[in-house]
Design a binder for this molecule. Structure first.
Ligand SMILES: Nc1ncnc2c1ncn2[C@@H]1O[C@H](COP(=O)(O)OP(=O)(O)OP(=O)(O)O)[C@@H](O)[C@H]1O
Ligand SMILES: [Mg+2]
Length: 274
């Protein structure tokens, strides 16, 4: 079996409704359009948001995996866009309250997947529950989506604080979303980064912002990504830029963390220099 390197990116926010799922699905579609093999993991266990946004109706979901009825490979579905999707919970189970141990068992199951994957994008639930933190810790990079409103900024900062101080995680990137312009997004990033440097002693990184674009909601209403429905619109351009930057990121030291998605592959792909 070929052991290929997979880039693992977790998408979180703190506050709900700021655009995590939208960022996750459009980044995944943009990478797919650039001929990357993408696995999207809907780890928002309460609602099947990613499925809906991609126009997928799957029979099984993470609830079946957790009940021991299906393997991870058995709940995976191919979407119309060519992505592989692991659907989240159906809202029936009390999945939002998943324990650290249950989340860790999900992370470990990824090592059993034999698919060749370039990018694993993990769409997380809002908040900083133990399961969100376990998943974030198991990613190589963490993207924090933030909107320019006081509660979103406070919650994004709170999430960064827990990650950097209690969990000693780095590779944290801020993604300003629904901004008026790229320069407004850059300013928002700088405001938050200044606070991180001052109070946490650690900067956060920046790739691009995503502009507010009414076609994002129009696409959602049609069960499509905005990249499919309106490839020329502002937000689509921003998601493509984000996907471009993701491909330029330097490889991470595979043995830097604890529990990781695709641990086996990481160990087998340990760079010579390490
Ligand atoms: N760049 C954007 N421009 C315009 N609307 C956007 C943009 N990004 C997201 N939205 C809209 O904001 C709403 C919330 O987005 P989304 O569901 O992605 O948030 P979320 O952070 O995943 O929410 P939750 O915390 O509930 O999982 C949706 O209606 C979506 O269409
Ligand atoms: Mg969501």
């Amino acid at each position: 079996m070929a052991q290929l390197k997979t880039e693992v990116i977790g998408i979180a926010s703190g506050k709900g409704g700021v655009g995590k799922t939208t960022t996750a699905i459009n980044l995944a579609v943009a990478l797919q359009m650039m001929d990357k093999r993408v696995l999207l993991f809907d780890a928002d266990l309460g609602l099947a948001n990613a499925q809906i946004a991609l126009g997928v109706r799957s029979e099984y979901n993470l609830g079946h995996f957790l009940a021991g009825e299906k393997s991870l490979a058995e709940i995976m579905v191919k979407t119309r866009q060519g992505l592989t999707l692991i659907p989240g919970g159906s809202g029936v189970q009390e999945l939002a309250g998943l324990s650290h141990l249950q989340s860790a068992s999900i992370v470990q199951a990824f090592s059993t997947l034999t698919e060749e994957i370039d990018f694993l994008i993990v769409d997380l639930a809002a908040g900083i529950s133990p399961s969100v933190m376990t998943f974030l810790g198991a990613c190589q990079r963490r993207f924090i989506v933030v909107k320019d409103d006081p509660s979103s900024i406070a919650d994004a900062y709170g999430t960064i604080k827990v990650m950097s101080q209690e969990m000693k995680l780095d590779e944290i990137y801020l993604i300003p979303n629904m901004v008026e312009s790229q320069s407004a997004g850059w300013k928002l990033y700088n405001r938050i980064n200044d606070v991180c440097v001052r109070f946490l002693g650690q900067p956060v990184q920046y790739l691009t912002s995503i502009e507010s674009d009414e076609l994002v909601l129009s696409a959602l209403k049609k069960y499509q990504s905005v990249l499919e429905m309106a490839p020329g619109t502002g937000a689509s351009r921003d998601y493509r830029r984000l996907a471009d930057f993701c491909q330029q990121l330097r490889p991470i030291d595979p043995l830097s963390g604890g529990l990781q998605f695709f641990m086996e592959r990481l160990i087998h792909n340990k760079p010579e220099a390490l």
